[in-house]
Ligand binder design. Sequence first.
Ligand code: 5GP
Ligand code: ZN
Length: 138
Amino acid sequence: MTDTNCIFCRIAGGDIPSSTVYEDEQFRVILDLSPAAKGHALILTKQHYANIFEIDEEVLRDLIVLAKKVAGAMKETLHCEGVNIVQNNGERAGQTVFHFHLHVIPRYADDGQQIGWKPGTSDPDEQAELAKKIGGAL
Ligand code: 5GP
Ligand code: ZN
């Protein structure tokens, strides 16, 4: 399914032009309009899935393999020193476009970016309880 009201459906389908790095039947890889670093790419699914909860598992398998290839191509051609793979789900998690996409962000010594989180603290009992709770639902 695609959604004509969804900007990433329209970009993935080629209705809206984009800096396309790669395209196949399932995916379009584009450069982010507001890149965190030079070469910041987005892997878009051609089908509309809002997030990780909705995406088809087969599509996801192919997508992560493609992400590996894109990261390798960046390393080879852009000589980046590292790559962040980021994928946001839900407004609270920073998602702004509600069509599944994976960020592939090349990192350079002087890119001035900080992608991460503030490390917290953990309690062993709570950790055990949480692990059991999440694991129990798998
Ligand atoms: P999110 O915050 O949902 O994980 O990421 C959305 C990303 O899409 C942002 O990094 C934003 O810069 C990028 N973006 C939003 N609209 C467009 C667009 O029209 N074209 C391109 N190439 N990137 C976009
Ligand atoms: Zn869409």
